[in-house]
Ligand binder design. Structure first.
Ligand code: BTN
Length: 255
């Protein structure tokens, strides 16, 4: 149930996920964690950039050797999302929600994003990189203008600066627990925890792929592979890619 973590801390790095990939090239072990004060080329999902202000956020990547079949490794991202939500609760007292596939929100605004990557190098075990970006001590003006309406930090919600080390320790502790849960007992309990934390289940949603809305319906929950099931007029669609946004009171779609 425990992972013996080895932390490698950098003042500045292009991206902790890229550094994790380089360390995998040098055969780094299960539980290697790369953290950085700032990233010059932070990576988001779907090829987006991830704004990584110096010293304000918690930017880190965890390398694991998956102990589940390779076709199921995306399930680690749900284990990571619930670990972040619980780690935030334990270290700051804040209650967060999760949004498919693996965003963590505070009152509808994004406080954390997760980027999962699979690395299969010749003659080496498959590894998964779980890249986690938590907005910790930013103030609104620290975010780029175009994301200010949808981003939040832990400090903005608690009203005081948070101890990033405490948040990191709590998240890594929960991640050790939930990755062991996934490996030993499968996805069921994580799916249940994720669903209880989800802000989309039972809600009217829009699915956006490559910047365009492709489907409207009601989010039902996750299937065994972590796909989002969406009720549409004549059946159920299984969503495996893209972003979800929730219908707001004005009929538009938010975050
Ligand atoms: C998203 O688009 O929501 C995922 C963002 C993931 C950002 C984190 S910050 C630490 C790690 N290193 C990166 O370059 N990206 C991830």
């Amino acid at each position: 149930m425990t992972i013996s973590y080895t932390i490698k801390h950098y003042d500045s790095i292009d991206s902790t996920n890229l550094e994790a990939r380089r360390l995998i090239g040098q055969n780094c072990g299960h539980g290697t964690v790369v953290t950085a004060e700032s990233q010059t080329d932070g990576k988001g999902r779907l090829g987006r950039a991830w704004n990584s202000a110096r010293g304000a956020g918690l930017w880190f990547s965890v390398v694991l050797e998956p102990r589940i079949p390779v076709h199921q490794v995306s399930l680690y991202s749900f284990a990571a999302a619930v670990s972040v939500a619980e780690g935030i609760q334990l270290s700051t007292g804040l209650s967060s929600q999760v949004k498919w596939p693996n965003d963590v929100l505070l009152k509808g605004r994004k406080v954390c994003g997760i980027l999962l990557e699979l690395v299969a190098e010749r003659n080496q075990p498959v590894r998964v990189i779980i890249g986690i970006g938590i907005n910790a001590n930013q103030q609104m003006e620290d975010f780029p203008e175009d994301v200010q309406h949808k981003a939040v930090s832990l400090a903005m919600e608690t009203g005081k600066s948070v101890d990033r080390q405490q948040v990191l320790d709590a998240v890594l502790d929960r991640l050790a627990f939930y990755s062991a849960e996934l490996e030993q007992n499968g996805f069921a309990a994580i799916r249940e925890t994720w669903t209880a934390l989800s802000c989309v289940s039972g809600k009217a949603v829009q699915i956006v792929q490559q910047g365009k809305p492709v489907l409207y319906g009601t989010a039902l929950g996750l299937d065994d592979d972590g796909a989002l099931l969406v009720q549409i007029e004549h059946g159920t669609e299984r969503i495996t890619a893209g972003d979800v946004s929730l219908r707001a009171a004005d009929g538009g779609y938010a975050v």
